[in-house]
Design a protein around this ligand. Structure first.
Ligand SMILES: NC(=O)c1ccc[n+]([C@@H]2O[C@H](COP(=O)([O-])OP(=O)(O)OC[C@H]3O[C@@H](n4cnc5c(N)ncnc54)[C@H](OP(=O)(O)O)[C@@H]3O)[C@@H](O)[C@H]2O)c1
Length: 276
């Protein structure tokens, strides 16, 4: 079974560098998908309140037989629950659905700057962290200027920023900003949702060169950039394929060639306007 390296977060907690995402997986299917992922060696699972599969994910965790401390569970606060008191209540509800008494990582899902609540929300995250109910707190979809506001107005630097990131949206400046501030970068839609990037001639050619699939080449690119990466699949062969990426290494030139495919192409919303 593959051995997944860890990234050490700015509060010394370690997160597996490769995890399993469950967006768009219905609650009942999430149980079998997460079970397959855990059996395949994944120890990090990324869900969210808005995915409506925290219960199915929790059932798989309970049935896995893997000790809780060996798993790394992430969930996220949805936009409608932002605000201090609403965050505290939403966190309780996520824990209840997951069937857990703590999560490893809790993220603000989107900044939704139009609501202007993410600073108060972050203060609630700080309280939950101080109370020992979360091992690490972070954000998702934050641009540098959203992060700067947290730096200026709160006490705690997020451990991680989960952002859309794949070869067609390489996010060089934001990855750099995160790194300069001790914030890990986690890539969502790392395979660009299974779209054209998997048939990009450059990626396909590298698959041939290394004897790996296009998805494996892209996941390897993420790992070598230092990203935490959370590909999703409900297909057992792909779940296993996506973690079978620790027996080869891309050359520096090949990493750079994939990064050069960047065309600033988002599959999801721009954080300055999404949900605002
Ligand atoms: N924070 C946020 O705002 C945010 C937004 C989006 C996603 N996320 C997180 O990031 C995770 C991953 O992103 P994502 O689900 O959007 O997309 P993704 O992981 O980039 O791609 C998933 C798609 O690729 C297909 N696929 C997976 N492995 C493959 C392989 N080896 N070969 C060919 N196709 C493959 C899957 O198909 P099958 O499932 O049919 O096999 C699925 O259609 C999510 O599940 C979620 O946890 C977070």
């Amino acid at each position: 079974m593959s051995s997944v390296p860890s990234v050490t977060l700015n509060n010394s907690v370690e997160i597996p560098q490769l995890g399993f995402g469950v967006w768009q997986v219905p609650d009942d299917e999430a149980t079998s998908a997460v079970q397959t992922a855990i059996e395949s060696g994944y120890r990090s699972i990324d869900t969210a309140a808005i995915y409506r599969n925290e219960e199915g994910t929790g059932r798989a965790i309970a049935a896995s037989g893997v000790p809780r401390h060996e798993l790394f569970i992430t969930t996220k606060l949805w936009n409608s629950e932002q605000g201090y008191d609403t965050t505290l209540a939403a966190f309780d509800e996520s824990l209840r659905k997951l069937g857990l008494d703590y999560v490893d990582l809790y993220l603000i899902h989107w900044p939704t700057p139009g609501q202007d609540k993410y600073v108060d929300t972050w203060r609630a995250f700080e309280k939950l962290y101080a109370d020992g109910r979360i091992r690490a707190i972070g954000v998702s979809n934050f641009h540098a200027h959203h992060l700067k506001r947290l730096f200026d107005e709160t006490e705690t630097v997020p451990v991680l920023n989960q952002i859309e990131l794949h070869p067609y949206l390489a996010q060089g400046p934001l990855r750099e900003f995160n790194a300069q501030n001790g914030i890990a970068t986690e890539a969502w839609s790392p395979l660009a949702q299974g779209g054209d990037v998997l048939t990009d001639p450059a990626v396909v050619a590298l698959g041939g060169k290394y004897g790996k699939t296009p998805a494996q080449v892209i996941i390897r690119w993420h790992l070598q950039l230092g990203n935490v990466v959370i590909p999703k699949s409900v297909t057992p062969t792909r779940i296993r394929e996506n973690i079978d990426v620790f027996d080869f290494e891309l050359s520096a030139d090949d990493v750079a060639a994939i990064t050069a495919l960047d065309k600033g192409q988002r599959t999801g919303g721009d954080p300055d306007v999404f949900g605002a």
